[in-house]
Design a protein around this ligand. Sequence first.
Ligand SMILES: C[S@@+](CC[C@H](N)C(=O)[O-])C[C@H]1O[C@@H](n2cnc3c(N)ncnc32)[C@H](O)[C@@H]1O
Length: 226
Amino acid sequence: MGRGRYPARLQVSPPSPEVGAHYLLIWPGHDFYHNPDAFPPISSPGLFGNDRPLEIDMGCATGELVCALAAARPEANYLGIDISLKPLYRAVEVAASRGLSNLRFLQSDMLMLYGRIPAGALRTAYVHFPAPLMRNRHRKQRMISPTLLQHMQRTLAPSGTFSFITDHEDLYAELLRLLPVAPGLRLRDPAEHEIALTDLLKSHYHRRWEDRGRPILRAELEHVRL
Ligand SMILES: C[S@@+](CC[C@H](N)C(=O)[O-])C[C@H]1O[C@@H](n2cnc3c(N)ncnc32)[C@H](O)[C@@H]1O
C-alpha cells in the first residue's frame, strides 16, 4: 500500500468464529464479480435488518473512525470497508471489545461495490487518507474518480455528506477538478462542516501526517437537490 506500511506490519489474529460471524463479512472478488446479486445490498435493511441511517468508511483500515463514530452515535449504523483483511481483524477486535452492535466490517474492493449500494442508502460516506496513486498507470485503482463522485451523488440521501481528507495536495486538487461530474454534490464551506474532527476521530494516519507537519486537506460535499 506504499506510504508508511502500517497495516502490513500489524500483528493480529483472526477473530473467533462467533465474533467473525457477527462483525466481519468477506466478499471474495471473484464470486462478487460473477454474481453480485448473491450478496446483500449495502444498506441498513440489507446488512443490519433495520432502517437506521447508514454511514460507510471506504478504506477504513483498522476502523478507528467507524469504531469511534459507532460508539458515539448508537442511532446510526456503520460499515467499514477495506480491501485488506489484516487491519479488519484489528477493527473487529476493537468493535467486539467495546460491544458495538451497530457496526460491521466488509473485506472487499470498494471499486467493485458501488453498484451494490441502493440509491439514497447512505447518510455519510468517508474517504479519509486514501493512497494517492497519482501515477497514470495507477489511475484505475485510484479511489477518487468520476465514478466515485457519480455514485456518491446517487447513493447519498438528501443532505447526506461525502467526507474526504488527504495530506496530498495533488489528490485534493484532483477531487476539486472532478466536482463538475457530480453537480448534485456541493462543496461545503469549512465553517459548515458537519464532522468535527476531534482527537477521538483522528485515525492513525491522520495523527501520523499531522505530526510530520503534512497539510491536512478536507472537503465535505453535501448532496443537494438539483
Ligand atoms: C492509508 S490507509 C487510510 C486508512 C484510514 N482511512 C485512515 O484514515 O486512517 C488506506 C486504506 O485503504 C485501503 N484500500 C485501498 N484500496 C482499496 C479499495 N479498492 N477498496 C477498499 N479499501 C482499499 C487500504 O487497504 C488501506 O487500509
